[in-house]
Design a protein around this ligand. Sequence first.
Ligand SMILES: C[S@@+](CC[C@H](N)C(=O)[O-])C[C@H]1O[C@@H](n2cnc3c(N)ncnc32)[C@H](O)[C@@H]1O
Length: 424
Amino acid sequence: MSELTHEVTTGASWSDLDRLNASFYSRFPYPWRPMSLRRVLDPEFEARFLAQALGRWGQLAVPAGGRIWVAGCGTNQAVITALRFPAADVLGTDLSEPSLDLARNSAGQVGATNLTLRRETIEESRDRDAFDHVICTGVVGHVTEPEVALRRLGEALRPTGVIELMVYNAHQRVGLVAFQDALRLLHAGDRDDFDGQLAVGRGLLANPELKPLLVELGLPLSGVPAEALADAVIQPIERGYTMGQLAEMAGRCGLRVAAPCLNQFDQPNQRHDWNMRFVDPEVQCRYDALPDLTRWEITNLLRRETSPKLWVYLVREDSPLPLKPERQLTEEFLAATEVERGQARTRLYMRSGASEYRAHPDEVPHPRAHPDPGCQRIVDAVAGPGRARLADAVAGERQGAGPADLNLVRLYLTTPLYPYLLVR
Ligand SMILES: C[S@@+](CC[C@H](N)C(=O)[O-])C[C@H]1O[C@@H](n2cnc3c(N)ncnc32)[C@H](O)[C@@H]1O
């Protein structure tokens, strides 16, 4: 396993937009440092739950010594990934040197030695068939040619690998993109005059009728920190997608949307469900008969800004592993006879104010009790002394549940965001 290293490229092949992005994310590195970081001490824990999200029961999505690429890693994501997958070699790349510096400092403080950081655009990457897992969230919509970047991610993936990708959901960004355009027209100055743009943005948001945008963005109504406001309203470029557009772009890059990826940003309002329930049984019947991706496209079109984020797992079109539809995943989950509680030992590193991360003296079990008491009862029933059958425990909690509700139970118990049950 490599020591934490830092590599730099010359940036000779960068586009004007790459340079603008580099100066934007150097002025406003994203995101700000979290108050705590978690090291998972069980090396297989995360790799097993990642495999389960695609129905690869009992397998590891990232084997010991496997490789992970965090593309456009910003300030934290590569460090977080190195701590989540301690048996893997993690590469973090970004075009912002200050972001990489912050990542390097945090990695040093928490002793994440399985991490290499490299200043490089995604488009410059020459890795082929190299990674078991690629993580790229909130980046592809900002680059010069999103499709070129996505193709690079796919080429870098091993045939059995999994990409975790988040692109902006176009329906959720309509108001924001319009605001960004208006701000640019009003500012009418140099594109890299970020402080000038930010001042115009703050001025605009003093208008009461524009304040709902802050609420939409989850920002406070006054005193918004410069980094948070800049990330939202003065992005050099931002493109959004529908589920259909994302799937088409993935197809052109030799990739397929395999499954939605449950993410922490949809967690507060429990917006994880890509399946809809209809009053009219005829409509429900038509909808249920469709392939997963078509259903998710319809959900995205009908729910628009209230659909989940466009956060998905992608696999290679030529992957030798089967791509299992949701219905099959749920059937296999319910038929499982070997089930154990997901429980990892973890160590927390905490900071206060501008201080360095310090290790908490005690190990902390992960995860804590399930936020849904019904799901917790299922865990206790199947992993407790009574060893109930999973199908019976689920039926006891969710009487008369249809396929979509049962699928949701699977997602709430067996995926990386809800790592409660390991299934074989
Ligand atoms: C919104 S931030 C997301 C950071 C990180 N992925 C996360 O979710 O925390 C976008 C990041 O992409 C980086 N970036 C933009 N264009 C890039 C490119 N062409 N290649 C690599 N990184 C890029 C920026 O420097 C910035 O750190």
